[in-house]
Write a protein that binds this ligand. Structure first.
Ligand SMILES: Nc1ncnc2c1ncn2[C@@H]1O[C@H](COP(=O)(O)OP(=O)(O)OP(=O)(O)O)[C@@H](O)[C@H]1O
Length: 307
């Protein structure tokens, strides 16, 4: 099934917002229901701003946002949020005087599906004492407590902004286990902003690349990692127009010099791309799978060239 015919948990249609020095959008994309989507982009690209817009916390200038079937048109109220769990990138200072359990008590009033048993189980698994003030917790401890609170009402949609920030490797593993368990029923949707490539590889079904407030694309992760390749080719110094010819390769994404007549050709149609190189007399020195960070760099270079 392609993204286009999957049921959407979140739909953004021409959505735009504007701060004094930063514009987000127009964003057109549908985040599929029942899947894990990782939002990936450099610092300041707009990931947290996008999360806030999804929660109705940012004034939208144009376009539409639909969350779990509710159109955020200003009249939607807060009802739709009871089916969402959110973990903000930074803890809220005004909650620091509360213990985790006090914050949980407050949150439980908001969510009809809140379950103390689930909350306590999460705290136990994360090895957190809920009786401690949030301000007295270490960064990682507080993250684990806040994540337990975000998940305790078993939301249909979980939005996590850099959830592993501050977690030690053991806590990180616990988090992956809990998120895996959360997704098990098959109808939940998880959207997380993250810089941790291993987390993306392990968790994500889809990747939404974002850069300077623009969506560069929403891709199925496995296809992306299978399809995108770097083909290292040798160009005879005497040959004229070699690099121009490489730019016409099927699935062309990028081209850079690698010294001594070598070029790194990036393509998302590897078989046809490689055949094209050989058919046109280029010597193929190596074909390598691309890592996510290289794919993101390539998409960013293309966007920069377009600007
Ligand atoms: N309320 C605001 N008013 C004005 N500018 C803002 C506001 N919030 C964020 N920005 C700016 O918007 C841009 C996007 O910030 P945002 O926090 O969404 O990026 P991000 O992708 O989450 O970054 P990071 O990976 O560093 O967390 C930044 O340039 C930031 O300075």
């Amino acid at each position: 099934m392609t993204i286009a015919n999957m049921e959407a948990a979140i739909s953004l249609r021409g959505m735009k917002l504007q701060h004094e020095r930063f514009a987000l959008g127009p964003v057109d994309c549908s985040i599929p229901k029942g899947m894990v989507t990782a939002i990936v982009g450099p610092n300041g690209s707009g990931k947290s701003t996008l999360f806030r817009a999804l929660l109705g916390l940012e004034p939208v200038r144009a376009g539409e946002i639909e969350m779990l079937g509710t159109l955020l048109d200003g009249n939607q109220g807060d009802q739709y949020k009871s089916r969402i769990g959110f973990l903000a990138e930074n803890p809220h200072a005004h909650e620091s005087h509360l213990t985790a359990n006090e914050k949980a008590k407050f949150a439980s009033n908001w969510y009809p599906s809140w379950e103390w048993e689930r909350y306590n189980k999460l705290l136990r698994h994360f090895d957190v004492d809920g009786g401690i003030k949030l301000s007295k917790m270490s960064k990682g401890m507080r993250r684990k407590a806040e994540l337990s609170i975000a998940m305790a009402h078993d939301p249909d949609l979980l939005l996590l902004d850099e959830p592993s920030s501050g977690l030690d490797p053991f806590a990180w593993k616990t988090m992956l286990e809990e998120l895996g368990r959360y997704m098990e029923p098959g109808d939940r949707t998880l959207v997380l902003a993250t810089h941790i490539l291993e987390e993306i590889k392990r968790l994500a079904d889809y990747i939404l690349f974002i850069y300077r407030g623009k969506v560069l694309g929403l891709y199925e992760k496995d296809r992306l990692l299978d399809d995108w390749r770097t083909i290292v080719v040798q160009i005879d110094y005497a040959a004229k127009g070699g690099s121009e010819m490489l730019q016409r390769a099927p699935g062309f994404q990028g081209l850079s010099e690698a010294g001594a007549g070598l070029y790194r050709l990036e393509v998302d149609d590897p078989e046809r791309g490689e055949a094209y190189c050989r058919d046109n007399g280029f010597r193929v020195v190596a074909v390598q799978r691309m890592e996510l960070e290289d794919i993101l760099s390539c998409l960013i270079r293309k966007e920069e060239a377009r600007r």
